[in-house]
Design a binder for this molecule. Structure first.
Ligand SMILES: Cc1ncc(COP(=O)(O)O)c(C=O)c1O
Length: 386
């Protein structure tokens, strides 16, 4: 009999260095944005190979600030994939712009150059494309940027799943003008809640830094360390309260040191899944177009296809009965009431997302999964589908 009683969908790993950095913050008497956040920004930018990184309290905040910095205005049209989390769409609505959700490739849930070209033909006056590097796999970002440049469309990358992700060996974050990462609790590295906006454009960086903190023209740290009195500041626009506290940055610094190790650990689990599940005709495995090493492997989403004897929901229930946590990424945007009603979205326009949504389940994936755990999951999948 197996000794395994419960396998969570995701698991975090906090080591000695996170504790050391956290203690430094606690002992410093300064918990909010200051030196540790600056250090995290600098180390993250160096890791990516980008000029600037701006730490915020979520990827949603980073996306919102990015849209603002790109000058997107109320009424502008923004293309997004339907197969994404609500955050990708809601930030567009924050500023009164309008989303146009589009279908994605079956098996990767990515926007391809072909899909983008068709969408541009169909919808005129698009101002922005938000690309999601779904699951941790990079989209064909160079080609997407080239198409957008040709049509005068701006582009921003939602890399909430994609750290560290590469395309042909080059890190996501070095391709486009603005890339936004997430450090939410179940992401590839975490600060509990947190995000990072990366850019090479100094004017974007300056705008994001200002708008991240109430539109104030001086940051908190500077206000309390420079000779100019802290009360002496100006507000240049109606900004937001999106700064990352040092408490979170301390955890991020420790996690960053292990990002590559965590990634390769997740890849080992993925290799196990591919090997053991490849002959199961009732499920479609995620398609990885490039090298396994280039993929961040945030998710391992399988799809129960038409050969499966039970529904996705029944499958999830039975996995849960066996103590295995799973999740669904995602219920597509065109199925969510607010967006469906606002834009009169019909499922016939999203054949691939619909096919995915009818059977998608993400299996547990985190670093250091044991072969016993993995075998237990694979056996559960096989027994349930038998
Ligand atoms: C694709 C995508 N974009 C954006 C976000 C928002 O990230 P955060 O929770 O850090 O705001 C998420 C979160 O799960 C996501 O999956």
């Amino acid at each position: 009999m197996s000794t395994i009683t419960k396998i969570p969908f995701s698991k975090i790993f906090i080591g000695d260095s996170e504790r050391k950095y956290l203690n430094e913050v606690l002992d410093s008497g300064w918990l909010t944005t200051a030196g540790k956040t600056l250090e995290f920004e600098k180390k993250f930018a160096d890791f990516i190979g980008a000029k600037y990184a701006c730490a915020v309290n979520s990827c949603t905040a980073a996306l919102h600030l990015g849209i603002d910095a790109l000058g997107i205005k109320a009424g502008d049209k923004v293309l997004i994939p339907s197969m994404t989390f609500a955050a990708t769409g809601e930030v567009v609505r924050y500023i009164g712009a309008e989303i146009i959700p589009i279908d994605t490739e079956y098996g990767t849930n990515l926007i391809t150059p072909e899909i983008l070209e068709k969408a541009i033909e169909k919808h005129k006056d698009i101002k922005l494309l938000i690309v999601v590097h779904y699951g941790g796999q990079a989209a064909q970002i160079k080609e997407l940027i080239e198409i957008c440049n040709r049509h005068g469309i701006k582009i921003m990358e939602d890399a909430a799943h994609a750290f560290p992700t590469r395309k042909d060996g080059q890190l996501v974050g070095t391709f486009g003008d603005i890339t936004c990462f997430s450090f939410y609790a179940n992401k590839t590295i975490t600060t509990g809640e947190g995000g990072m906006l990366v850019t090479n454009d100094e004017s974007v960086y300056k705008r994001v830094k200002t708008m991240r903190l109430h539109g104030i023209n001086r940051d908190i740290w500077d206000r309390f360390t420079s000779k100019t009195p802290s009360w002496e500041y100006d507000v240049i626009d109606a900004g937001y309260k999106y700064n990352m506290p040092d408490l979170a940055a301390a955890i991020g610094l420790g996690q960053l040191e292990k990002a590559e190790l965590f990634r390769s650990e997740r890849q080992k689990a993925v290799e196990f899944y591919y090997e053991k599940l490849k002959d199961l005709s009732m499920i479609d495995l995620p398609i990885c177009h490039g090298e396994l090493e280039d993929h961040a492997w945030h998710l391992f989403p399988i799809v129960l296809n038409q050969k499966a004897s039970i529904s996705r929901n029944e499958f999830i229930e039975k996995m849960s009965e066996q103590g295995v946590g799973t999740s669904v990424h995602y219920k597509p945007i065109h199925q969510l009431t607010y967006y469906k009603e606002r834009y009169n979205l019909i499922k016939e326009d999203y054949p691939n997302a619909e096919l995915t949504w009818s059977g998608n389940v993400s299996l547990p994936l985190y670093p250091y999964m044991t072969s016993e755990e993995l075998q237990y999951i694979v056996d559960a999948v096989k027994n349930i589908l038998a």
